[in-house]
Ligand binder design. Sequence first.
Ligand code: C2E
Ligand code: MG
Ligand code: MG
Ligand code: MG
Length: 289
Amino acid sequence: RAKQEGRASTCFFTEGMQPRSVRHLQLEAHLRRAIERDELLLHYQPQLDTATGRVVGLEALVRWRHPELGMVSPGEFIPLAEHNGQIVAIGEWVMRTAAQQMKSWMNQGLPPLVMAVNLSAVQFRDPTLPERVQAILNETGLPACNLELELTESVATGNPTAAIVMMDRLHALGLRLSIDDFGTGYSSLNYLKRFRIDTLKIDQSFVRDIHSDPDDRAIVQAIIQMAHALNLTTIAEGVETDEQADFLRANGCDMLQGYRFCRPIEPQAALLWLQERTAQPPLASAAAA
Ligand code: C2E
Ligand code: MG
Ligand code: MG
Ligand code: MG
């Protein structure tokens, strides 16, 4: 939703129209200080096992609380940060903070879950990335198997061979890799076969109209079948309704994420949510048992 609004306003205030560019410059200048001024924060959104309803992971989503402008959506400031290179520092902060958070929840007795972090293609092209990730794992004490990096198909544009080598290096650290927004990019099936990944995240644009659009239903079914044939797991993004969840469950989608289950929430609320959900079996599986 925020993503769409971000795009819409970009189109509306094009060249010559001051508000957009002034805001751009202002955001860019202020973003430089956002980390040191403690203006960035993470929200967490649970990912559930489709069959059991149990939470298996969480996605960390960055937020920027600007002192005057209020909340700025990542759909607006991540592209700016990618353009001027600030994404490298922001991305490191996100990974370190999310890893620390998961480790601290595990220390507080929560069952180990997978923490998924979004990685920009700019970070992915940094040859020192595996060392940086390993340093964060060492520093926080989070086991590598509790970290997942979400890549987009765009990491393969330009130099797919280099992307495959980088995926192998990251995979060798013992963490999990997923392709975010799957189906919206241009990656060929030939590359997909060579990608060292664990999971495909079915883009929410295919999930949104599942109830009304037979084409979307066919695409979602095809992605799930192909993923399973390639030994990959699938997670659907943007699940908002029971109807969508039922269709995805009936078609073997392994995991579900979306407002239907939980919005991205602050760390404190996430801890409460997790404690409630992991203390006893969720209703769905209790009823099924
Ligand atoms: P994404 O990684 O595909 O994240 C999913 C987006 O969908 C999130 O938007 C999430 O809040 C939203 N969402 C979750 N469930 C639902 C639902 O049921 N319905 C709808 N309509 N939306 C849902 P958000 O948090 O605004 O993030 C937007 C994008 O910004 C992310 O898309 C990701 O590409 C980028 N992003 C966010 N955090 C980071 C980060 O730490 N690093 C990088 N590089 N990118 C990030
Ligand atoms: Mg993501
Ligand atoms: Mg996505
Ligand atoms: Mg995205």
